[in-house]
Design a protein around this ligand. Structure first.
Ligand code: GAL
Length: 739
């Protein structure tokens, strides 16, 4: 019955539908209370004493740290009938609610008009994301030209909670709703610095769209239009319109493309912009080069696995002199395996040879109590596949990592939530669901490529995705993970709030992590321990002593500038706590094709924002966990993830977190201390205009250093009249290493 009253729109492109100029904005004026009461939906309920809340952000930073459960939002709003009069289509009202975490019920003047109930239909299921609802314009719940009370009941299962984002509005459903300029195809790089691509105009509406698609390329540095073209374009449901283009003679920077489709009959238009990719990372030399960190830690008596990361024309052969007793190298694959019983630091000379020559490097193998001496470089299934992860997707990722990324040090293939069966075995052992028919076979496969692999659980009875957690089965689960052959555990608080007193104090926050730490200590395997509890209780201050190799410092990242930059530029308080074997984790990368599964889209970060993302995370000594579909690594994404000089900043053995040394509304400078007294410096342009930096060679930032090297371009900067001058694009970065 409920299904008849409302419609949940399937969002094309996964974001809220664009608000039009006459829409009633609902960004301000909301009241909020935690808890739950049926009365709170009533228009006559007095909410004057409720807290004012900013719906741009979740409820946690607004006086409700760590709060999970029910919360209500209310707003009083006049819905003018002029909305209807001005609209081309007059039959439904559209409510944009930005993002909801997790599920919601929407009441208009006391009547339930919409809800998003999660997978099995209950508000208590975890299912966060963008929400837009259509309501019939003739629904008697709408009081046209009068004050209406909109009340929204939310349930949050864990992590961030509430409604948040940019687009809160009421307007009429538009002829352009469910029309999408789909830009998810890849750009191809061609001759004469050209880029080619095909975009599609798609709709699920039966309406016949007929009009023109205007295509415009602008240079954001000068504002100049460098290319413009207009084409007739017709499309309808099932019959998309495809537009293919080539733009030539581009400089090494991003341009802005604007696609504007104008529908003749309605006069309505839809506009979409995207930026163009440009590659800074040089192609690797055909001569051998050994990448990766200079140190590698393992525990005595446990299985050892290390792949020598090296580029160069294949075939490569590998040599390792000075390996500790118990280890052996496969000279054809570069994989070192075995068990070392004797603690100690072993300097090992690695040599990689091909037809063009050879290269050596010293790697210190440190056998002791510490593992994960430098931040993990890997992939995690969540940002791409969400709960739709399966054995095949993991294997594809492992194969791609092996083929394209492991030569640069990328080494972990981690399964996030969604692998667990509905019930434990009769003896209480955790069991994988049908998407993972053979866990041991899967880890054997990943290990055969010289890579490590990770798994996910929660200390609570259920994970955030509603699957079984490890509560009261910690020892048993740690043993199962070790028997299966896992090397990494992400342990996500989620429903643990249900089994611990409300507002947990520090000992209560530590407890589940101490418990699993002691369980992991009982197994004979090196398992990296990654805490995920969103930064509660300043986890960076106690994560290391509690035995974490990394700890999430924030809620979940999204592929937007606001999310990535808020998180990344907010890491300074945690930075001093990073060190060898224990790192701040500002969440996984949102570059490439992401989507939280099953369908994916290109990251909504611009290409310059993606350079900022990787640069900042590397400066912070953050674990770099790729969150995209590894089966479709486009040229740009690959270039972003295979810059050995940028990765060397992340993997520097000193393991310091960068500090913010200056900040204005438009620019930030972050500095990371490196081994050998060197420094990495990130100049970030946080504004939406080009900036020129004139850095005096005597500036205190450069004091004592004689050389500055651009890490992305792998070129020394040349000072002219004692000044380094460089341009930084909007939301972009210049990352340099001084020595
Ligand atoms: C969230 C966590 C995400 C992902 C998800 C799985 O709490 O922050 O990174 O693991 O749970 O359900």
């Amino acid at each position: 019955m409920i299904k008849k009253i409302f419609t949940v729109l399937l969002l094309l492109g996964g974001s809220c539908l664009a608000a039009s100029a006459q829409d009633v904005q609902l960004n301000k004026g909301w009241k909020f209370a935690v808890g739950d009461s049926a009365q709170w939906s009533s228009p006559t309920f007095n909410d004057q004493n409720w807290q004012n809340i900013d719906v741009a952000h979740s409820w946690e930073p607004q006086g409700h740290p760590n709060y999970d459960g029910f919360g209500w939002y209310r707003i009083h709003v006049v819905i003018p009938s002029s909305l209807k009069e001005k609209a081309y289509l007059k039959d439904s009202l559209r409510l944009n609610l930005a993002s909801v975490d997790d599920n919601d019920e929407v009441y208009l003047n006391g009547k339930l008009i919409a809800k998003y109930g999660g997978r099995s239909g209950t508000i208590k299921d975890g299912n966060y994301g963008p929400r837009t609802y259509n309501i019939s314009a003739s629904d008697p719940a709408i009081l046209w030209d009068k004050e209406n009370v909109l009340a929204i009941r939310i349930y949050d299962t864990g992590g961030d909670g509430g409604i948040y984002g940019d687009n809160f509005s009421i307007g009429m459903a538009d002829v352009m709703d469910h029309v999408l300029v789909n830009t998810d195809g890849d750009f191809t790089f061609g001759e004469n610095n050209s880029l080619a691509k095909a975009v599609k105009l798609i709709t699920t509406n039966k309406y016949q769209y007929q009009g023109t698609l205007a295509f415009k390329v602008t240079d954001p540095e000068t504002g100049a239009v460098i290319y413009e073209k207009s084409n007739p374009a017709n499309f309808t449901a099932g019959k998309p319109f495809t537009y293919s283009f080539v733009i030539a003679r581009l400089a090494k920077k991003s341009y802005t493309i604007t696609y504007t489709f104008n529908d003749q009959k309605s006069g309505k238009e839809i506009v979409r912009t995207e930026t163009t990719p440009y590659v800074l990372t040089p192609y690797p030399s055909a001569k051998p080069k050994i990448n990766g960190a200079d140190v590698y830690g393992a525990r005595p008596g446990n299985p050892f696995l290390y792949l020598i990361p090296a580029t160069g024309k294949k075939p490569l052969t590998y040599k390792a002199d000075g390996l500790p007793e118990g280890l052996k190298l496969d000279a054809a694959t570069g994989i070192i395996t075995g068990v070392v019983n004797q603690k100690g630091d072993y300097p090992v000379t690695l040599t990689v040879t091909n037809k063009l020559g050879n290269k050596t490097k010293t790697l210190t193998i440190s056998i002791g109590d510490k593992i994960g001496l430098t931040p993990a470089l890997g992939w995690n299934s969540w940002n791409a596949w969400g709960l739709s992860v399966n054995d095949e997707k993991v294997k594809i990722s492992a194969k791609e990592m092996s083929d394209k990324l492991s030569a640069y040090g990328w080494n972990y293939i981690n399964i996030d939530d969604g692998w667990e069966a509905e019930n434990r075995a009769a003896d209480g052992a955790i069991v994988a669901n049908s998407k993972f028919p053979d866990m041991k076979g899967l880890t054997d496969y990943v290990h055969s490529l010289g890579l490590h692999t990770g798994i996910y659980s929660s200390p609570g009875p259920r994970t955030c995705g509603g699957f079984l957690g490890s509560w009261q089965h910690e020892d048993q689960d740690a043993k199962t993970y070790a028997d299966w052959g896992f090397d990494y555990l992400k342990y996500d608080w989620c429903s643990y709030s249900e089994v611990t007193p409300p507002h947990p104090d520090l000992p209560a926050l530590k407890k589940p992590y101490e418990l699993m730490r002691s369980s992991l200590n009982k197994v004979n395997r090196d398992i990296m321990f990654s805490f995920c509890q969103y930064g509660w209780g300043d986890v960076w201050k106690w994560g290391a002593e509690t035995g974490g190799n990394s700890w999430r410092t924030t809620g979940d990242i999204q592929d937007t500038w606001r999310s990535m930059s808020d998180i990344g530029f907010g890491q300074d308080p945690a930075s001093p706590y990073a060190g060898p074997g224990h790192f701040n984790d500002p969440d996984m990368l949102v570059v490439g094709k992401v989507g939280w599964g099953p369908s994916l889209h290109n990251s909504r970060l611009t290409y310059d924002e993606q350079y900022t993302h990787i640069s900042l995370w590397s400066l912070l000594s953050a674990p770099l966990l790729i969150g995209c579909d590894m089966g479709h690594l486009d040229r740009f994404t690959l270039s972003l993830l295979t810059n050995d000089e940028v990765l060397a900043i992340d993997q520097d053995a000193l393991s310091k977190g960068a500090r913010q040394v200056s900040k204005t509304d438009e620019q930030q400078i972050w500095v990371k201390e490196l081994t050998k007294g060197e420094k990495a410096i990130g100049f970030f342009n946080t504004s939406d205009k080009y900036q020129t930096v004139n850095l005096d060679a005597n500036d205190k930032l450069l004091n004592g250093f004689t050389k500055a090297r651009d890490a992305w371009e792998q070129k020394y900067l040349i000072a002219v009249n004692h000044k380094y001058t460089f341009k930084i694009p909007p939301h972009g970065v210049k990352l340099i290493r001084v020595m």
